[in-house]
Design a protein around this ligand. Structure first.
Ligand SMILES: [Zn+2]
Length: 152
């Protein structure tokens, strides 16, 4: 494959570098990404660790479409060693919806669509299950009403 890169500015995820990409079908592109940060914050003691331990299994996360193609990010979360408790932890990234196989911005886009469109139609267009789309609709709807309530 040719040595072309996707510029980080275009990818638009904070502290993330696009390492390579592959067009895997007429409708699909996969982009391999890496963190630019040399450190991570331990979720137990909130201290910064620069001691990388290893990387976890690569994951595939759905992201916003690129030029009409469905886009998937390939990403191997890194494990760091915590100096305080002598344990390891997996880094958390701000751009992923925690626990789900998609980015936050993707979930937000799906949520915006479900406010005006049929869940079945959105699922069909995006190649997602209706359960996934309904889950986003319900979680993000809750988030909205919670944040609206706290701003009263
Ligand atoms: Zn710790």
């Amino acid at each position: 494959m040719a040595d072309y890169q996707i510029p980080d500015e275009l990818l638009g995820l904070p502290n993330v570098k696009a390492v390579s990409y592959q067009i895997t079908s007429a409708e699909r592109i996969e982009v391999c990404i890496e963190s630019r940060l040399d450190a991570a914050v331990c979720p137990n003691c909130q201290r910064v660790s620069t001691q990388m331990h290893d990387t976890a299994e690569p994951q595939t996360l759905r992201d916003l479409a690129i030029w009409g193609r469905q886009c998937w990010l390939r990403y191997a979360p890194r494990r760091f060693a915590c100096a305080t408790y002598h344990r390891t932890f997996v880094e958390r990234v701000a751009w992923r919806e925690p626990g789900f196989a998609h980015t936050l911005r993707y979930a937000q886009q799906i949520y915006e669509r479900t406010r005006h469109e049929d869940i079945a139609q959105v699922a069909l267009d995006e190649g997602l299950s209706q359960d996934t789309v309904r889950g986003i609709f319900e979680r993000w709807g809750k988030k909205r009403s919670t944040s609206a309530a706290t701003h009263l």
